[in-house]
Ligand binder design. Structure first.
Ligand code: NOJ
Length: 567
């Protein structure tokens, strides 16, 4: 099967690589716009700001769960996969969202937590009260809480065991996350059928794909650690085959917080593909590490470890999301360094990570924010922006758990930051009123009015990226440099010559993590004599000399994206 040939549907030709060209935007329904003044964001509110997202250059939305839920884990505790939480809206409004997004050439990816449900889900209620009934075997029950000792606890601040006792059934049930989130039993074929039914339901409704929440954890085994067990991969292959066959062009994105090789495994192989994309968890913490260590070696190392992935598959690059900045997949030494730099107040930590937003993490430094975004938009993969980070929104570490960075979007300096007309006390979370990030200063309206604002800068960089398909589709080659603070790589794309008309291009990207100006020499034998032109302003730069060497000077924490011309 070819993953790059155009997908033909009756009357329609689809670009099979749309996900690799797209800029994604993670938007939580509850946090974006409240259209009816009840204090919660809703679908109608989100629809009303699609024009803003289109203006920004967003190609695809990732919407975290909005299903019926007790909201004890931000909606990742689903009580009914086929209905929408009433305060968020209705299925008709969701259909409207899909239609209006598609009218703007914007795709819609929804989140699907399949590993577990809420304990309020009807399946669980029946499972605990009727062990011999149709749902008796839908969850992972045991008489002992000592099974699977190799399986680690993820929410270390909240849970002491992955087992909880149910007083009704008088057995323990397994839970990878909170104890109110029992794990589904994927060893039961009826669970597969139920999951396929949910997937079809939303695909029939028009969504363009799914973020598959917590996907490594579907199966447990006595020998393994319950992360990416062989049967989990088998299930993903089966799901992918169904999606490719019945819904070509729709995608699956893996949320797999694992070491590099294990993450890549969720993309499968050429012959047996699994997800179309996987979040690049290995790269993310190393971006933050490099910013403070002023050393590029961790990034160089991780970029060289990124194993081959199937044609058509891609990475989802991100700086922040709705969870803590996870430090699970870095060494203890680096973790301690990161805590010291980024979470000096214990309130900033949760589980094995840091519960802060991008701008506060980077101390609101414009240089660092630009450098971090330049990496986000030029590393291999598709960029994912977390709502509000485009204006440098702050967080609120006095709120619980990950709510610290899930506060209302700041639109204007008016009441509730223009998010809602409700009485301020009624909001699902208060708007940020801290000294530096107060919504009266940090908001979309004021940044629209300042031509040099972060918002305008981010929009510009998005549009520059989109004008150069090499960033989404090209390969990467990391170059040798004379300075430990500098990361330099070439992105290359030979041009597909398809009907989607992608031009061939090579781009040199250079980043300096140094906290002072520096001069660096970059070596690339095959670029001897190559001319260089800045992608932003079009200025000509000095060319590589005849021996393949180039000397550049870079200001504090700065970068260049340079088109490589003839040589
Ligand atoms: C991963 C989600 O991103 C997180 O927010 C959630 O708490 C866990 N999965 C459990 O569903």
């Amino acid at each position: 099967m070819s993953f790059t040939a155009p997908i033909q549907l009756p009357g329609l030709t689809l670009d099979p690589l749309w996900h690799r060209r797209s800029v994604f935007y993670q938007v939580m329904v509850r946090s974006f716009v409240d259209s009816n003044g009840d204090g919660n964001g809703d679908l109608a509110g989100l629809i009303s700001r699609l024009d803003y997202l289109q203006w920004l250059g967003v190609d695809a939305l990732w919407i975290p769960p909005f299903f019926t839920s007790p909201l004890r884990d931000g909606g990742y505790d689903v009580a009914d996969y086929k209905s929408i939480l009433p305060e968020f809206g209705t299925l008709d409004e969701f259909r409207d969202l899909v239609t209006k997004a598609h009218e703007r050439n914007m795709r819609v990816i929804i989140d699907l937590p399949l590993n577990h449900t809420s304990d309020q889900h009807e399946w669980f209620q029946q499972s605990r009260t009727d062990p011999d009934g149709p749902y008796g075997d839908f969850y992972v029950w045991s008489d002992s809480d000592e099974k699977y000792p190799n399986i680690r606890i993820i929410f270390t601040d909240y849970e002491e065991s992955n087992w909880a006792f149910d007083s009704e059934r008088r057995q323990f049930y397994f839970h990878r996350f909170f104890s109110h989130q029992p794990d589904l039993n994927f060893d039961n074929p009826a669970v597969h059928d139920a999951v396929f039914d949910i997937v079809r339901f939303w695909l029939d409704l028009g969504v363009d794909g799914f973020r598959l929440d917590a996907i490594p954890y579907l199966y447990e085994s006595d020998e393994g650690n319950g992360e990416g067990e062989p049967k989990t991969h088998e299930f993903l292959k089966k799901l992918r085959a169904m999606v490719d066959r019945d819904y070509p062009g729709r995608i699956m994105i893996a949320e797999a917080n694992q070491w590099p090789r294990e993450v890549a495994a969720f993309l499968g192989t050429e012959e047996e593909p699994e997800c179309h994309m996987a979040f690049d968890f290995p790269v993310m913490p190393r971006i933050f590490y490099s910013l403070r260590s002023q050393n590029a070696k961790e990034l160089v190392q991780v970029l060289s470890e990124t194993t081959d992935i199937p044609e058509g598959a891609g990475w989802g690059v991100f700086l922040r999301n709705h969870d803590e900045l996870t430090l699970e997949m870095v060494s203890e030494e680096y973790r301690q360094a990161m805590y010291g730099w980024y979470a000096y107040d214990p309130r900033m930590r949760v589980n094995v990570g840091i519960r802060r937003r991008l701008a506060p993490l980077l101390d609101n430094s414009r240089d660092e924010l630009e450098l971090a975004h330049a990496l986000l938009f030029s590393l291999p993969g598709s960029p994912f922006i977390y709502y509000g980070d485009e204006i440098g929104m702050g967080d609120n570490i006095w709120l619980d758990d990950r709510d610290a960075s899930r506060t209302p979007m700041q639109w204007t300096p008016d009441r509730n930051a223009g998010f809602s007309t409700a009485d301020p006390g009624k909001l699902y979370l208060p708007v940020v009123q801290s000294l530096v990030y107060n919504y009266t200063q940090t908001n979309v309206e004021s940044q629209l009015a300042q031509s040099r604002s972060l918002l305008h800068w981010v929009r510009n960089v998005i549009h520059v990226r989109k004008a150069h398909p090499v960033f989404g589709l090209g390969s990467i080659h990391v170059l040798e440099t004379s300075h430990e603070s500098v990361l330099a790589f070439v992105r290359s794309y030979e041009g597909a010559g398809t009907q989607f008309g992608d031009p061939a291009e090579d781009v040199l990207c250079v980043f300096s993590f140094a906290h002072n100006p520096i001069s660096v020499t970059i070596r690339a034998d095959d670029l001897a004599g190559a001319s260089l032109v800045d992608l932003f302003g079009g200025s000509e730069f000095p060319a590589f000399d005849d021996s393949g060497s180039l000397t550049l000077t870079l200001g504090t924490q700065s970068f260049f994206w340079l088109h490589i011309g003839s040589h």
